[in-house]
Design a protein around this ligand. Structure first.
Ligand code: CA
Length: 240
């Protein structure tokens, strides 16, 4: 992996130093900011391939910086660091759209694995940008949004309207973890009176139609305690 520019915004010096040390192997340019003001300035100053953002910072916090970065036109992957899982709930509830989250304390190996996964997801999306606007492609899954048709390895897959919307939502947000309540909002619509088990049952039916082994899904994977995500690598494994 080359030409990656990574920004670390972290006020705990020990953690920032550790991240710098290990991420230098993954990026050709790694910078760090020790507070929210410097973090905000650097985050907005240029294009980054990844921003690792601590939630609690002196000055503007991680959420404010994330919100500002998301306002920009260029898409920047964000990995958010939180101190407790209760904070993670808050972050996810705000739907600010970090690409992944890690709760402290985390192992360096886990962090490196997450960073590599984010870079692979981005590469998978960039490879697919040659596609026409009404086509979404994720590995062997091709979605024609105009015809509302789906093929996997060029075999047609019959989906209900809701299953189609669910798949399209996942495929256009690879790697993002969605809570069941977020899926209800995005796919069923705001104000929909639904239950989270509605989401589970639709996901199970969708998995039965698209996964190689629905009992061991690799495309729409369960993130325990949080929700679901669409795994671009697992999707590519469907190719035959
Ligand atoms: Ca902190």
């Amino acid at each position: 992996m080359t030409n990656k520019k990574i920004l670390i915004v972290e006020d705990e010096k020990d953690i920032a130093d550790l991240l710098m040390l290990h991420l230098r192997d993954l990026g050709d340019e790694v910078m760090s900011a020790a507070d929210g003001h410097e973090g905000m300035r650097l985050a907005c100053a240029r294009r980054w391939d990844l921003i690792i953002l601590d939630l609690r910072l002196p000055g503007p916090d991680g959420l404010e910086i994330c919100r500002e970065v998301r306002r920009r036109e260029t898409y920047t992957p964000i990995l958010m660091l939180t101190s407790k899982s209760s904070e993670l709930d808050r972050v996810l509830g705000l739907e600010l759209g970090a690409d992944d989250y890690l709760t402290k304390p985390f192992s360096v190996l886990e962090l490196i694995a997450r960073v590599k996964a984010i870079f692979r997801q981005v590469a998978a999306i960039e490879n697919d940008t040659r596609f026409p606007a009404d086509r979404v492609r994720a590995g062997p899954i091709k979605i024609n949004t105009a015809a509302r048709a789906v093929t996997i390895n060029d075999n047609q897959v019959d989906l209900t309207a809701r299953e189609f919307d669910l798949l399209l939502h996942f495929a256009t947000h690879p790697g993002r973890v969605f809570r069941r309540s977020e899926l209800l909002d995005h796919v069923w619509g705001h104000g929909h009176v639904g239950y989270e088990h509605t989401v589970n049952s639709h996901i199970n039916r969708l998995r039965a139609k698209i996964e190689a082994d629905p009992a061991d899904p690799t495309c729409i994977v369960t993130v325990w305690g949080v929700g679901y995500k669409f795994d671009a690598e697992g999707v590519r494994a469907l190719a035959c």
